[in-house]
Design a protein around this ligand. Structure first.
Ligand code: ADP
Ligand code: MG
Length: 719
């Protein structure tokens, strides 16, 4: 198959350097300088970095400048761009052009249109927060994320203004609002800790930082379109395993095929233009699987950039004759895709608070942040698990390729040793063999352990950040990041409160160290059970985790209830992240989405089997029967052909039976949402699996020229 070539707007000109066009399609940096008067530019910069409101005069000036800049790029429309609870992004385009009443028209865009909008977006899920008769939903500019020009497939651009989306009562209808609230929560608690340590001098704020590694598959677009399951559900619902999978491990980090490299370079260029600092690219474990990762950014911007990354990957793939599959498990028995979210906290002066540095007081401070994260994972394992729960991710979590559904923290030898010492509370004066002694006044540096290659941990400390690896590849990262920020905020709060209780106004260094040690000792003793460095895939760990009392929710159907416990309600309410009503709304939407996904899969599969797979199998059965009859007529006994016929006939029978029970379970109406979810999990998904088993048996027996679907080998190996 041939590639449809690179995007007309984006031919790769090697004389142009990436730094020349980085951020060219965002209203920031040089673009701002060029289009705004210096005082307005400064006002806007303050708004962007500190989220301060923009006065109306400045807003008008900024809007006009944005419009002029957009018009220079041939842009005709603008849109408030937001992240509704569907997990996708939403845009509603308005033209700059307004009629003047005398048969003329003018391009207009003012501060008001920049700052707020009222999209008639009543059809987005609101989980009961907003009934359609009171359909007012507002979008409000989030100036901390840069405005950008997004190009469509034909090069047509739209000026996109990142916004939050709230109801007329101010309740969050989107994923950005709670994210911003959670960032505020965790950064203010972090500031409190800095104040206790006296390391807040010159620091005017703390950022939550995020870097998201995105895994994805590429398949040829023509093959993709021959498969209803891929086109509708994003994953194959049937398909026998290919003769060669990932057992040779020859794809991982292997040379990137030319066609794929051309796609990657193009996608990267588009992302650079949007200011997304993509950094690494490589082949992943499975054939046809790849990864792209940016340099980390301020979490708010990183979350928007992650949404753009997914969009650009999909769009660019099409321009190159591919389809980009972001589903967590597009192919059974082949590795699935995740999205590792790397998370830390950093001061605005550039100090990474999870960097194990070499000065004593900073080390103790580091241990506070480390222990806060450990405590957070232990106390709130349930909501953390729920934050990554989806019908898609269920196919991946807990399988022998992705982190288990048990939330635990990987620390590595160095930090494990430090926790040991802390727990024993036996201060020694010198560190030996690189092990750190907490009692020492001049503690040697903790070597950064870049050694973590334990891929089985869902939440790993990797040198100077935590890596949350259980996140699904298609997921909007705003929600898991929100949960992470919130649970760490709570732990920092608890630890800071304990410290403040024990400390006087101006503690000596010794008093401070003693207080920290004793508070952290308690935390470590209580919450260390969440730490596990061994093989997360092993049955032994499942047993051990159960013994430690760690929750293990193998599926979304069990995990989601963790969102609506009293504990979860008070957690999110206490830090102003979500009211109980907002939380329940999210829970309800997730239940509904789960049911819808499973039902759509069931209906898609039923359709494919009725109209494609069964007819093909019948044809094969008929051919074999004819051969048997004809050969026998000719006077030859045909035991082999008869056995083949019997095998096909028996799998056809099994397929029919499985299909009948799939259709029956799809037809059953279950009005209660909780019960519907259980029905989907047990009955519908169970039936889907049985249909698949029978179909895959047939795929191995039906002649290739009759089999109606592209095979795994065609999609994954033949490129
Ligand atoms: P690996 O594949 O070994 O996990 P990568 O280099 O592919 O490593 O990805 C690491 C990710 O972590 C990158 O996106 C990187 O920018 C990000 N990262 C590094 N430091 C931080 C930090 N302090 N906060 C958040 N993310 C970080
Ligand atoms: Mg990683």
């Amino acid at each position: 198959m041939t590639s449809t070539g690179t995007h007309p707007m984006h031919t790769t000109d090697t004389t142009v350097r990436a730094s020349d066009y980085f951020g060219a399609l965002t209203f920031s940096g040089d673009v701002m300088l060029k289009h705004l008067a210096p005082d307005v530019c400064e006002t806007l910069r303050r708004t962007m970095t500190h989220g301060l409101p923009l006065d109306p005069a400045a807003a008008n000036a900024v809007a006009t400048a944005m419009k002029d800049w957009a018009l220079e790029h041939g842009v005709t429309h603008y849109s408030h761009w937001f992240q509704p609870l569907t997990g996708l992004t939403a845009e509603k385009h308005d033209a700059f052009l307004s009629p003047t009443g005398d048969n003329g028209a003018l391009e207009k865009f003012n501060g008001d249109a920049l700052i707020r909008g009222e999209p008639d977006a009543s059809s987005f899920p609101s989980g009961g927060i907003r009934d359609t008769y009171e359909a007012r939903g507002y979008t409000a500019w989030d100036a901390t994320s840069p405005v950008f020009i997004m190009r469509g497939g034909n090069g047509q651009g739209t000026l996109c203004i990142p916004t939050v989306f709230v109801s007329w009562t101010g309740e969050a209808l989107d994923k950005k609002t709670p994210l911003l609230r959670s960032i505020h929560a965790v950064t203010s608690q972090a500031m409190r800790v800095l104040r206790i340590f006296g390391t807040d001098a010159g620091v005017s704020g703390v950022f939550s930082t995020l870097g998201c590694e995105q895994e994805y598959f590429l398949v040829d677009r023509e093959l993709f379109h021959e498969r209803l399951d891929l086109a509708v559900c994003g994953r194959t619902l049937v398909g026998a395993a290919p003769p060669k999978g990932q057992q040779l491990e020859d794809h991982y980090f292997g040379a990137i095929p030319d066609r794929v490299l051309a796609f990657m370079a193009d996608a990267e260029r588009r992302l650079f233009e949007l200011g997304v600092p993509v950094k690494t690219r490589h082949n992943e474990v499975a054939p046809g699987q790849y990864e792209i990762a940016p340099t980390f950014e301020n979490a708010n911007v990183a979350v928007d950039h992650q949404m753009l990354t997914m969009q650009v990957l999909r769009q660019t793939a099409r321009a190159h004759g591919f389809e980009c599959l972001l589903h967590e498990k597009p192919f059974a028995k082949v590795n699935g895709s995740g999205k590792h979210i790397n998370w830390s906290l950093s001061t605005d002066t550039g100090v990474n608070l999870l960097d194990p540095r070499d000065e004593t007081h900073t080390n103790m401070q580091f241990l506070v942040f480390l222990c806060a994260a450990i405590r957070a994972v232990d106390v709130h394992a349930g909501v953390l698990r729920a934050s990554i729960a989806s019908a898609h991710n269920d196919h991946r979590l807990g399988a022998n390729e992705a982190p288990p559904a048990i939330m635990s923290v990987y620390l590595g030898d160095m930090l494990t040793d430090i926790l040991d010492q802390l727990e024993q509370g036996k201060p020694r004066s010198t560190a030996k063999g690189g092990a750190l002694d907490l009692g020492a006044r001049s503690v040697p540096s903790i070597p950064r352990h870049a050694s973590d290659r334990n891929r089985t941990s869902p939440f790993a400390f990797t040198g100077n950040k935590f890596e949350f690896r259980a996140v699904g590849s298609s997921q909007a990262v705003a929600w898991p990041a929100t949960v992470l920020n919130t649970i760490v905020a709570e732990s920092l709060d608890v630890i800071a409160t304990e410290l403040e209780k024990r400390l006087t106004e101006r503690p000596t260094a010794e008093q401070l160290e003693q207080a920290v040690r004793s508070v952290l000792q308690d935390v470590v003793k209580k919450h260390r059970r969440a730490c596990f460095d061994g093989n997360g895939y092993s049955a032994a760990w499942h047993k051990e985790a159960a013994k430690r009392g760690l929750p293990n929710y193998p599926s979304t159907a069990e995990a989601l209830k963790e969102l609506v416990t009293k504990k979860a309600e008070s957690l999110f309410a206490a830090y102003g992240v979500l009211t109980p009503r907002e939380l329940h709304a999210r829970h309800e939407i997730q239940l509904e989405q789960y049911c819808k996904i499973v039902q759509i899969e069931g209906r898609t599969l039923s359709n494919m089997v009725h109209t494609q797979i069964l007819p093909a199998a019948m044809r094969a059965q008929g051919e074999l029967a004819e051969i048997c009859v004809a050969t026998e007529k000719a006077g030859t006994r045909v035991p082999d052909a008869k056995a083949a016929l019997r095998a096909v006939a028996s799998h056809v029978k099994a397929l029919r039976t499985a299909l009948a029970s799939l259709d029956a379970s799809l037809a059953r109406e279950v009005p209660d949402l909780e019960k519907r979810m259980q029905h989907c999990r047990k009955s519908v998904l169970g039936a889907i699996e049985k249909v698949r088993t029978a179909s895959d048996e047939l795929e191995r027996r039906v002649p290739a020229d009759i089999w109606p679907l592209p095979t795994y080998a065609q999609m994954l190996l033949m490129r």
